[in-house]
Design a protein around this ligand. Structure first.
Ligand SMILES: Nc1ncnc2c1ncn2[C@@H]1O[C@H](COP(=O)(O)OP(=O)(O)OP(=O)(O)O)[C@@H](O)[C@H]1O
Ligand SMILES: [Mg+2]
Length: 221
C-alpha cells in the first residue's frame, strides 16, 4: 500500500506561501467554473516576523511526522513536491544548513526513533537510493561513475523499478547528507529566469527501512 503527501507550490514564495494539498474536499472558483479540490494544510511563508509565518519546522510537523509513523507501521510512504521553477520545491525538501527541509528532518527523526526502538530482538537497516529523471533518461546519482542511463523495468509483483540502481547502507543522517551532497553535484542544474540554480530534472530520493524482529529463543527472524 502507498500513502502519499503532495507538497504543491503554486507560485514562487515571494508571491505566495506554500500549499499542501491532499485529503479534505473544498471548493474554489477558478475562471468562473467552480472546481472541487482537497487540501489538509495551507502554509504562508513570506515574512518571518508575521505570526502566520510557517517555517520549515511547522511544515515538517504537519507533513513529515505522520509519514515517518506510517513507515514504521510498514507502509510505503511518499512525499511529492510539485510546482513551477523557483516555487521552493528544493527549499522545502532539502532547505539550507540553517533552515533544514523535510528530508534532513525526516532522517534525523528516523535515526532518533531507531535508537529508541532498537532492542535485542528488534533490529533496523536503512538504505538509500537517489536518481534523477531528465529528458526521459534515468541516472544514478549515488554512483560517481554513473553517467550512463538506467533502464526502468516491471517486476510482476512489485511493479516498476529501476534496474541496477545503487542502494547504499547508512547509519546516520550525516551519511545520507554526504551521499546527497555528492549526488547533487551530478544533478542537472541550470539557471532559469526565476531561479538561478534551478534543478532541471526530477529527483527521486528513496529511503528503505527494514525492521527485523527475532525470536531470541529459537533464533527465527
Ligand atoms: N519558504 C521559503 N523561504 C525562504 N526562501 C525560499 C522559500 N522557498 C524558496 N526559497 C528560495 O527561493 C529560491 C528558489 O527556490 P527553489 O530552488 O527551492 O525552487 P524550486 O521549486 O526547486 O525550483 P526549480 O524547479 O527551478 O528547481 C531559492 O533561493 C530558495 O532558497
Ligand atoms: Mg529545485
Amino acid at each position: 500500500m502507498y500513502l502519499s503527501s503532495v507538497l504543491l507550490l503554486p507560485l514562487p514564495p515571494c508571491y505566495h506561501g506554500n500549499v499542501v494539498i491532499s485529503e479534505v474536499p473544498a471548493v474554489a472558483t477558478l475562471k468562473k467554473e467552480p472546481k472541487t479540490f482537497a487540501f489538509d494544510h495551507c502554509f504562508w511563508s513570506m515574512e518571518d516576523s508575521n505570526v502566520k509565518f510557517a517555517n520549515q519546522e511547522i511544515v515538517f510537523n504537519c507533513l513529515g511526522k505522520d509519514i515517518l509513523e506510517r513507515a514504521f507501521e510498514g507502509y510505503n510512504a511518499c512525499i511529492l513536491a510539485y510546482g513551477q521553477t523557483g516555487s521552493g520545491k528544493s527549499y522545502s525538501m532539502m532547505g539550507t544548513n540553517e533552515q533544514k527541509g523535510i528530508i534532513p528532518r525526516l532522517c534525523d527523526a528516523l535515526f532518533d526513533q531507531i535508537k529508541e526502538k532498537e532492542a535485542n530482538d528488534l533490529g533496523f537497516k536503512v538504505e538509500v537510493s537517489y536518481m534523477e529523471i531528465y529528458n526521459e533518461k534515468v541516472r544514478d546519482l549515488l554512483d560517481p561513475k554513473g553517467r550512463h542511463n538506467l533502464r526502468v523495468r516491471e517486476h510482476n509483483i512489485l511493479g516498476p523499478y529501476v534496474d541496477d540502481l545503487s542502494t547504499l547502507a547508512v547509519s546516520a543522517f550525516q551519511d545520507i547528507n554526504t551521499l546527497m551532497s555528492e549526488g547533487n553535484k551530478s544533478r542537472t542544474v541550470a539557471a532559469t529566469n526565476m531561479n538561478s540554480e534551478s534543478s532541471r530534472s526530477h529527483a527521486v530520493f528513496s529511503i528503505i527501512v527494514t525492521q527485523t524482529l527475532s525470536d531470541l529463543q529459537t533464533g527465527v527472524s
